[in-house]
Design a protein around this ligand. Structure first.
Ligand SMILES: [Zn+2]
Length: 77
């Protein structure tokens, strides 16, 4: 049976493990609907479209956000 000749140093094993933990860059594509950069295979967060269909109702979400902000402003005053 093959036996390692020397103990692997901490440095060596750590660098070996670190090589597999590399963070991949996020792949961005252009949205065909609005042209904004978006992640591939993910619903566009600017217009809410995916594969030419409307999936998310972004406008209503924005309205809710604005209402929340206004409420908070009113509470602050
Ligand atoms: Zn879009």
């Amino acid at each position: 049976m093959a036996v390692p000749k020397k103990k692997t140093s901490k440095r060596k094993s750590k660098t070996r493990r670190a090589a597999n933990m590399k963070v991949k860059p996020i792949m961005l594509t252009k949205c065909p609907k609005c042209g904004e950069p978006k992640k591939a295979h993910v619903v566009c967060s600017f217009c809410g479209y995916y594969k030419g269909k409307k999936v998310l109702d972004i406008e209503s979400k924005l309205d809710k956000k604005l209402k929340k902000e206004k409420k908070q402003e009113a509470e602050d005053k």
